[in-house]
Design a protein around this ligand. Structure first.
Ligand SMILES: Nc1nc2c(c(=O)[nH]1)N(C=O)[C@@H](CNc1ccc(C(=O)N[C@@H](CCC(=O)O)C(=O)O)cc1)CN2
Ligand SMILES: Nc1ncnc2c1ncn2[C@@H]1O[C@H](COP(=O)(O)OP(=O)(O)OP(=O)(O)O)[C@@H](O)[C@H]1O
Length: 198
């Protein structure tokens, strides 16, 4: 598939899947998010991780505030994205949930005066957001290329796990060479360990 067709196919799927995740009722979203975070925290991978890169959830996403609080309480260093430019981001240390303020694209962020970068090589575990996934670990993001660049070029040693609603699993996600997959997917009902296909 050429690049243009690939991007058009991604855009189509993204529109469909972001619509789908917006329609999940809030109570269901909260329950599903709690179940996913519970599964994640039981994993040795999580328990062994010293630095965890996650994200400050937007309303339609898997709700990670509970996970962020738990990881901080577990004594881990927790980092979230800080958008630095078009398609580029850094990981910044999250000192506590209380400091978060609305930033770019309405996503909550660590305010300037508290911002401390975390070196990408130090990230043990990355919790990756996404609009759609396949059981094999292919991922469709929001279209900014932020995670593909950061995980593919900077934090290459980070182990990648996605938390996703069952409804966002799909048979196929168009993937380009630079698209980054995930090693495991946790949904509210399943834990998938993905086989490397590419
Ligand atoms: N919670 C959270 N934080 C995150 C991400 C995420 O998926 N979830 N990101 C994951 O990458 C990065 C931000 N990604 C973004 C990707 C695209 C747009 C954006 O341009 N949104 C436009 C519509 C874009 C379009 O379709 O042209 C908009 O909302 O109006 C914003 C943020 C970093 N932080
Ligand atoms: N590693 C990369 N190097 C150069 N360009 C890239 C890279 N990753 C993505 N891009 C470009 O960024 C744009 C968005 O890519 P894509 O649609 O795959 O993003 P996404 O995976 O949905 O987003 P995100 O990673 O932010 O969640 C595309 O034009 C793509 O070619």
């Amino acid at each position: 598939m050429n690049e243009e067709l690939l991007l058009a196919a991604k855009r189509r799927l993204r529109t469909e899947m972001t619509r789908r995740r917006r329609t999940i009722p809030e109570a269901e979203r909260e329950a599903a998010s709690r179940a996913m975070c519970g599964t994640l925290c039981a994993l040795p991978r999580y328990q062994a991780a010293r630095t965890v890169f996650a994200y400050a959830s937007m309303p339609e996403e898997v709700q990670l505030d509970g996970l962020l609080a738990r990881a901080l309480a577990d004594g881990k260093r927790v980092a979230i994205p800080w958008i630095t430019g078009r398609g580029t981001m850094e990981a910044v240390e999250l000192p506590s949930l209380a400091v978060l303020e609305r930033g770019a694209y309405g996503i909550r962020n660590v305010p300037d005066h508290l911002r401390r970068a975390v070196a990408p090589e130090e990230i043990d575990l990355a919790i990756v957001p996404g609009a759609a996934f396949t059981a094999e670990g292919a991922r469709l993001g929001l279209g900014g290329g932020y995670y593909d660049r950061y995980l593919g070029e900077r934090a290459r040693g980070a182990y990648r796990i996605a938390l996703a609603f069952d409804a966002l699993l799909t048979a196929e996600v168009p993937m380009a060479a630079h698209d980054i997959d995930v090693a495991e997917i946790i949904t509210e009902s399943r834990h998938l360990v993905c086989r490397k296909k590419r």
